[in-house]
Design a protein. Structure first.
Lengths: 503, 247
């Protein structure tokens, strides 16, 4: 069998009438798509990944990029992706790795849920006139409050409250580690969350010293590799998240290749330079739900019970029962990452075929915890493919307390979702550690873009709530009456506990 | 001047116990003796500073987890994962310990007089001057040093009837080294591990720890020093490099 090269993925063209040979495209493309040959820019389209850096930098809009310029003979079963994976594996005999989140063309449940608005019988609320309460507290809530009245007649609280995180908007940024992304990307997001009164995760990459100024807005992560974890790191975080699983690749570990472990990444992860950072699939001190409880307690004990502990799992078939176990482990929040969650790299078979949609997972977990009377024990943070304020609002109406974004925050800083993170040469300075590329991302500029995204979404959520006659996020949470299903089957509606449109 | 205190742990939950330990360390106490320990977990969890803690009894799991500096000497057996994700200091166990002993340890030493359970030294790693050491007088069970990324594991196998560690030794190992007294059959090695007879140069690295062990537990070191050792190391620093292809 002789295997020729597959058709090119992108065809790049330069309009020579417009091009003024400024060579910005050559300077900006780290993949070597362009080179100057005499009085002409020569293009090697096979090198293009459609990151659009050249398109953004071209002063004359002279560049066009066409996706899949050569069609295969169309066939409903043998898609381009199926055929190309076979060519690849026939050559290599290896596991196919792919970037970004689930790339299957599956219907979105969010898109088939519609929000409610007031008309006549119940007035909508104008957020300009009325205060809209979006502030959320993440962590355990007491089952009941014990109060007593002192001699002066003051009512005092006797119940000891568990530590909670206060967020001004129900949007946070999930865990993307230093190593997976650049320090400038982390710095931009950290400054944005500190400005907006919310939080971001460190990922399993430690906490770089320059991020300590934002540590009160950072959630530190303890994952199976325990990279960067020591008592100093745990004490700096506002909360601690135990990462069990990830939506993009449930059930398997992580792996930062040695090439990305430069001096600074080595310092924060606490591993030698250029060594692979391998996170095993399980935590080897957690082989049961009882062991999870032990890890939660050990983290609380190490930090003197001052910090909320989150447990992050991938949304899988029995997510509700698992979350119920987590709620009983004395964890303060469960993070559920749906199958559209992003990643720098994951095996294609996992990325596209393992796990369940976040919408169903939120509803199932919320329902299970309420039916067991333990919903107050734990907050629900949902993540995995949250694209806009409508997704956030629907996630909360399905029962989430807050959400994490990941890819959306990267897009705010320039990411074009080209899915080439694994090459480590991100032209936008995000998923790279190459100094010439990371300096393209200026934290003094990009933090504002991330903060703007938070502001925009928060305004939209306020408007959506006001339109529905709701002035507090607490009245939206788990309020499925404000959702209707459009073109979802009955079984799915039962899981979501949502009525069809018109009902 | 050394300040010493005694804590009676009889019926005491681990949180008040650790509070007492922490406040004593803050007050400058350098010697703490804890009597009647019975199953309290997380003793010295996240504890920093220069202090020697003597534990009389049987502590529960995760003794000295995230610990950074202190020395803990246990007169009794330990439950699972003593030295879990520990950064610096020493844990000396006059007895045996459970599964995942020295799990993810980054620095300091765990020395166990007798045996350890499954997954000993799993995912131990080193960084800069931090180099963790696990010394076991007896035997270890399966998956010893699995995913090990750095540090040193020494298994002396001192039982009367010599039993070898179980299967899966060093599976996925990509840093550090494991020494086991005597020969180890190839079939017991995990994927990614290779073995060789320890050279005199190799042995010179472990002899100081053997002497420490012998002194601490009053054993004659001469035979332990003379005997041959098998050294198990990564077959490659990149065990997964050939498993994947890009889309």
């Amino acid at each position: 069998m002789s295997l020729g090269s597959v058709p090119m993925k992108f065809k790049v063209r330069i309009d020579t009438d417009e091009c003024m040979l400024c060579e910005r495209c050559i300077e900006n493309c780290p993949y070597g798509t362009y080179r100057l040959e005499g009085e002409k820019i020569h293009i090697d389209s096979r090198r293009c990944v459609a990151c659009h850096r050249c398109v953004a930098m071209c002063p004359r809009d002279a560049i066009t990029i066409e996706e899949k310029p050569i069609d295969y003979r169309s066939h409903p079963v043998w898609s381009r992706e199926a055929r190309e994976a076979i060519y690849n594996q026939a050559r290599t005999g290896k596991i196919v790795l792919a970037g970004m989140g689930n790339a299957q063309d599956l219907p979105s449940i969010f898109d088939r849920l519609l929000l409610d608005a007031c008309q006549v019988t119940n007035p909508s609320i104008d957020p300009l006139r009325e205060p809209m309460e979006l502030r959320t507290y993440l962590g355990k809530k007491p089952r009941k409050l014990d109060l007593h009245r002192n001699d002066k007649g003051d009512v005092l609280l006797k119940t000891t409250l568990a530590p909670n995180l206060r967020i001004n908007t129900p949007i946070m940024i999930g865990h993307m580690s230093y190593g997976a992304i650049s320090l400038n990307a982390q710095l931009s997001m950290a400054r944005a969350v500190a400005d907006q009164g919310t939080f971001m995760g460190t990922g399993e990459g430690g906490l770089h010293p320059s991020l300590r100024q934002y540590q009160d807005n950072m959630i530190v992560q303890v994952a199976s590799g325990r990279f960067g974890v020591d008592i100093d790191y745990l004490e700096r975080g506002a909360a601690i998240e135990i990462k069990i699983g990830q939506g993009a690749k449930p059930g398997i570990g992580g792996h930062l290749p040695g090439e990305k472990v430069g001096p600074d990444v080595s310092q924060t992860r606490m591993i030698p330079e250029r060594s692979d950072a391998i996170s095993p699939a399980p935590h080897h001190d957690i082989y049961s739900i009882e062991d999870l409880k032990q890890l939660v307690h050990s983290l609380k004990e190490a930090t003197e019970w001052k910090k909320p502990i989150f447990v992050k799992i991938a949304a899988v078939h029995n997510v509700a029962a698992i979350a119920s176990g987590i709620a009983r482990s004395s964890a303060d929040a469960v993070v559920i990452d749906g199958f559209r969650g992003g990643t720098g790299a994951a095996p294609r078979v996992f990325r596209d075929h393992v796990g369940i949609p976040i919408e169903a997972a939120i509803a199932a977990v919320d329902q299970k915890l309420r039916s067991q009377g333990i919903r107050n024990e734990i907050s629900i943070i949902a993540s995995g493919g949250i694209r806009d304020a409508a997704d956030v609002t629907k996630a909360i109406a399905l029962g989430a307390d807050a959400i994490y974004i990941g890819t959306a925050a990267l897009i705010a800083m320039g990411c074009r979702v080209c899915g080439t993170c694994y090459r480590g040469q991100c032209p936008w300075g995000i998923a790279t550690q190459i100094p010439g590329l990371t300096k393209r991302l200026n934290p003094d500029v990009e933090w504002q873009h991330v903060a703007n995204l938070f502001k925009g979404w928060t305004l939209e959520i306020s408007e959506l709530m006001g339109a529905a006659g709701i002035n507090s996020i607490e009245s939206l949470r788990g309020n499925r009456d404000r959702l209707r299903a459009y073109l979802l089957d009955e079984a799915m509606m039962n899981v979501l506990d949502v009525k069809p449109v018109g009902a | 001047m050394r300040k010493e205190i005694v804590i009676d742990a009889d019926g005491l939950h681990y949180t008040p116990l650790n509070k007492k330990i922490r406040s004593a360390v803050q007050d400058g106490v350098s010697q703490i003796r804890i009597d009647n320990v019975l199953g309290q977990r997380f003793i010295a969890d996240g504890l920093k500073g220069e202090v020697t803690i003597t534990v009389n009894g049987i502590p529960g799991g995760d003794l000295g987890m995230f610990m950074s500096g202190p020395t803990v000497e246990v007169f009794g057996n330990c439950d699972h994962a003593p030295g879990n994700t520990m950064d610096a200091g020493e844990i000396i166990i006059h007895g045996s310990s459970g599964d995942a002993t020295a799990h993810s340890m980054r620095g300091g030493m765990v020395m166990v007089r007798d045996d350890i359970g499954y997954r000993g030294g799993i995912h131990m790693k080193e960084y800069g001057e931090h180099r963790p050491v696990l010394v076991v007088g007896g035997n270890a069970r399966a998956f010893l040093g699995e995913y090990m990324a750095g540090g040193l594991v020494i298994i002396l196998g001192l039982q009367e009837k010599r039993v070898l560690p179980d299967r899966g030794i060093g599976s996925g190992i990509h840093g550090g080294e494991i020494f086991i007294r005597g020969d180890v059959p190839e079939r017991l090695l995990g994927v990614g591990a290779k073995k060789a007879e320890a050279t005199e140069e190799d042995k010179a690295r472990i002899i100081p720890f053997i002497r420490q062990y012998a002194e601490r537990f009053s054993v004659d070191p001469s035979r332990l020093i003379e005997d041959g050792y098998t050294r198990i190391t990564p077959a490659s620093g990149r065990p997964f490099a050939n498993k994947y292809t890009w889309e």
